[in-house]
Design a protein around this ligand. Structure first.
Ligand code: GLU
Ligand code: ZN
Length: 466
């Protein structure tokens, strides 16, 4: 028996920024492929020509690369067969097969007629579905409709009285009665392929073995299985991922603040932090530490996918962000925070600065404060702080300033002050820290002074020396 290589795909519609829910779908699909040593395909579902925009395609590919979700096949490959807008001929071919096999018929219903039928069914307390109006139109009636200038859509003739069954990787055994499924549109009036059709055809044509996608598609699956069966094409195994909700339990939306990968990226979140949070959304993991992109696939198990809505929480993301940001190589931190550091300082000082403040930085925006503290004017002191500094006395600061002028860093300054005044413990540290940084909190003083210009250290101490 020839084992088929596991192949998964991510199939976004480029009608907006990459949403967190979709990013998680992409991550899980990528992990599933990597876990099984399989292949991951990116397919751009741009059949909605009104709403699909090339810049969205470019942006979402960029966001996927940023997350490390590299695809093995996708747009840009020879022939560029990975955008649905370029696959019209393939859909036309399969469409002709379905026509020839009697699985289709033209539907002349206008949007208004369909809407009225829908309302009538709802009013009667029935789930709305296509009423089958055009299913059995006579050839003469069809000619007449066409003569009126109506371009028909093409509907799939759903077989009556059957049950479609499949085993969902997340939701388990599924059964759908075909009598509950209305005949659905395969081709729009302009001849373009509709979602159910192009999506199913492409999964088969691209050799997709496993589809992970949002739960909102669960009820689409029986329709797609019917299409594939009618075409005698191979069906993938489906798994429908639980909904992503915000901290309040409502479906993740703008109201929760940032919801796209782009927004988090622009705020300086790190891909490893986002991936680690998404990894645990609807996927239980006994792995409590940060997983690297190399290790993550090993720990991904479809069996651990849950059905309950998964909560995206910024506070939780921040936990991962802290973890990743504080443990990455210093060079990576430098690159991450480059735009926030002064550009007129030499590389060694820049590195010392980043090393000093890194434990206090969650996002790049946090740098500005420490940048002002280290490189700005002498920090002003509030009344309480002034009081403490005065208590230490001018002799304390004369000794400190002299040591600083002589090029002493923290150790030299501390030794000089101790020798001159005998101060120790908080009565040594607090006045020093206040004079140098304006606050008693923040990064460790020694590394901070390694970054601070010597003249600034001297001036800040010297202002209390008289
Ligand atoms: N383009 C569809 C979407 O973004 C793809 C659904 C699927 O993954 O099958 O919802
Ligand atoms: Zn009709």
């Amino acid at each position: 028996m020839s084992a088929t290589r596991v192949t998964t795909r991510f199939a976004p519609s480029p009608t907006g920024e990459l949403h967190l829910g979709n990013a998680r779908t992409a991550l899980f699909s990528w992990l599933f492929a990597r876990h099984h040593g399989g292949s991951f395909v990116l397919r751009i579902e741009d059949t909605d020509t009104e709403r699909s925009k090339e810049p969205f395609t470019q942006a979402l590919m960029d966001d996927l690369r940023w997350m490390g979700l590299v695809w093995d096949r996708g747009p840009g490959d020879p022939g560029d067969e990975y955008r649905q807008s370029r696959r019209g001929a393939i859909y036309a071919r399969h469409s002709a097969t379905l026509d020839a096999r009697g699985f289709t018929y033209p539907c002349y219903c206008t949007p208004l007629e369909l809407e009225m039928s829908r309302k009538a069914q709802l009013a009667a307390g029935r789930p709305p579905r296509y009423a089958g109006t055009c299913r059995d139109l006579s050839p003469e009636a069809r000619v007449r409709k066409s003569a009126q200038g109506i371009s028909p859509t093409t509907r799939f003739r759903v077989p009556a009285g059957r049950v479609v069954e499949f085993d969902d990787m997340v939701h388990g055994a599924q059964r759908f009665a075909t009598d509950d499924i209305g005949d659905f549109i395969l081709r729009r009036a302009d001849g373009s392929a509709a979602f159910f059709f192009s999506n199913a055809i492409d999964d088969a044509a691209m050799g997709i073995t496993h589809v992970l996608r949002g739960e909102d598609h669960l009820t689409n699956t029986p329709r797609q299985l019917l299409v594939l069966e009618a075409l005698e094409l191979r069906t993938p195994t489906y798994g429908h991922l639980s909904l992503l909700v915000g901290a309040d339990g409502a479906p993740l939306s703008k109201r929760h603040g940032a919801t796209s990968v782009r927004e988090f990226r622009e705020r300086g979140y790190l891909p490893g932090a986002l991936a680690n949070h998404l990894f645990r959304l609807g996927h239980s993991s006994g792995e409590n530490g940060v997983l690297s992109p190399e290790a993550m696939p090993r720990h991904f198990t479809v069996k651990h996918l849950g059905r309950a809505p998964a909560r995206f929480e910024e506070s939780q993301l921040n936990v991962w962000q802290r973890e990743v940001a504080h443990h990455m190589p210093l060079e990576d931190s430098e690159r991450w925070l480059a735009a926030e550091t002064p550009d007129d300082i030499d590389p060694a000082r820049r590195r010392a600065f980043i090393a000093a403040i890194r434990p206090n930085v969650l996002l790049p925006k946090d740098v500005a404060h420490w940048r002002a503290v280290v490189f700005g004017a002498s920090p002003p002191l509030d009344a309480g702080a002034l009081e403490r500094v005065r208590e230490a006395g001018p002799a304390f600061f004369r000794a400190a300033a002299d040591a600083a002028r002589a090029g002493g860093k923290l150790k030299g300054i501390v030794n000089a002050v101790q020798a001159a005044t005998g101060a120790k413990g908080p009565s040594l540290w607090k006045p020093l820290r206040l004079a140098l940084t304006g606050t008693t909190e923040g990064p460790e003083l020694a590394p901070l002074l390694d970054a601070m210009p010597d003249s600034a250290i001297h001036d800040r101490l010297n202002r209390f020396a008289a």
